[in-house]
Design a protein around this ligand. Structure first.
Ligand code: CTP
Length: 394
């Protein structure tokens, strides 16, 4: 395990030494990058002594073949910022890179862990909370600070989490990093669009955010990932093959094309159940009136799960009442391994929201209540289960 610890200018900077020491004891190869501010609070020599490696501070340091930030960004399995100030959190959340640490973070593709430590008012400020929410949604792991005695002489939330907890999370994140390597995961997302005429269509309110989070998480864990998506306005994750479709029929065809070597299918798409029986050429004038006759679309999941084999299949369902009972019935009817059911009328689970909550049901009927969390956190939870099931099948 190769760990990069970023140390920033919080009074808790001295605690980073204990984190580094515990990691070295656990057999990790540890390097440290410090900000200029951190070097006012703790010496480079401490980290050099603990790790046996040079400590870097300066973005313009020479002596490496490639630019130093690229060199460092590609040499580690994980980056952990311990402690993280409001300043560094704000910078990385907004893509600002004006020193070595923030430039390394922006250049790196490995998982990022952020352990904030600051005064309570700063920590609870809207700016910091919004920046943390942004980072969480991008897949960054936030190690919540503790409540206790703070350096400003007050009790409150903002004290750096314990060294043991930070080290545990670093180990956990690394363990997870490549647990889907060699697997192929297909995620469907967004709404489908069913044409009425040349300009009008039937659709639904799906934003595609859940599918994008699932695809980003699967890809970050090493899976060859395909996102089959209806029209959405969320940016696609990089390192993911994207297949854009419009109709349910096109989505079915695209998924079937990938199907042979798929290890896991996650159907997060809100597939339109019906489509107009007839699509009019051109634009229908209003004066002609409109009576729509609909016919059913294929149930992609039900059809495809008949040929499930050893694949893991996950569905999503929206229910506005009796979520658990209806969810269990749907999971059985569609032959799924897991079904995430949510109620869009519940707070934080509305269409288009960055968060979700509800119930994750498995094929044995076990129901796990999912408290309010970001879609990326939910994606991580679902893929933990998928990875565990896939490795138990091997
Ligand atoms: N689904 C599908 N094909 C369809 C409709 C739904 O593959 N034509 C998938 C969705 O992607 C989702 C799961 O089935 O993963 C459940 O979707 P939902 O709309 O809740 O299921 P329906 O069978 O359409 O049930 P309902 O009558 O409640 O709409």
């Amino acid at each position: 395990m190769r760990v990069l610890i970023g140390v920033t200018g919080s009074i808790a900077a001295y605690k980073a030494a204990e984190v580094v020491s515990l990691l070295v004891k656990a057999g990790a190869e540890v390097s440290v990058v410090m900000t200029q501010h951190a070097s006012h609070l703790i010496g480079e020599a401490t980290f050099r002594g603990l790790t046996g490696n040079e400590v870097r501070v300066d973005l313009f340091e020479s002596g490496t073949k490639r630019p130093i930030h690229i060199e460092i960004a590609t040499q580690h399995d994980v980056i952990a910022i311990v402690p993280a100030t409001a300043n560094v959190i704000g910078k990385i959340a907004n893509g600002i890179c004006d020193d070595l640490l923030t430039t390394v973070v922006l250049s790196s593709k490995v998982p990022l862990i952020v352990a904030p430590a600051m005064n309570e008012a700063m920590y609870l400020s809207t700016a910091v909370q919004e920046n943390l929410a942004k980072l969480r949604q991008r897949g960054c792991h936030i190690v919540e600070p503790e409540t206790g005695w703070l350096a400003c002489g007050q009790e409150g939330k903002g004290r750096l989490a314990s060294s043991e907890k930070i080290v545990e999370i670093i180990k956990e994140v690394v363990r997870r990093t490549l647990d889907l390597k060699g697997r192929k995961v297909v995620v469907s997302g967004g709404p489908t669009l069913e044409a009425i005429d040349a300009v009008r269509f039937i659709s639904n309110r799906s934003s595609g955010k859940m599918a994008v989070s699932l695809a980003a998480e699967a890809s970050s864990r090493g899976a060859e990932t395909v996102l089959v998506t209806g029209p959405i306005s969320v940016a696609y994750p990089c390192s993911v093959k994207v297949v854009e479709v419009e109709t349910a029929q096109e989505m079915r065809t695209a998924i079937l094309q990938e199907w042979q070597d798929v290890d896991c299918l996650i159907m997060a798409a809100a597939v339109c159940d019906f489509k107009p029986r007839q699509v009019f050429d051109g634009k229908l004038p209003r004066s002609r009136g409109l009576r729509l006759e609909l016919e059913p679309n294929p149930d992609i999941l039900a059809e495809i799960s008949a040929d499930k084999g050893r694949r893991v299949i996950v569905g999503f369902a929206v229910e506005t009442e009796d979520e658990i009972e209806r969810g269990k019935a749907k999971l059985a009817a569609k032959g799924l391994d897991y079904l995430m059911v949510n109620n869009p009328l519940a707070e934080g689970a509305a269409f288009g929201s960055d968060t979700n909550r509800g119930y994750l049901i498995d094929k044995h009927g076990k129901v796990e209540e999912i408290p309010l969390m970001t879609k990326r956190e939910l994606a991580r939870k679902i893929l933990d289960k998928v990875a565990a099931q896939l490795s138990s099948i091997d």
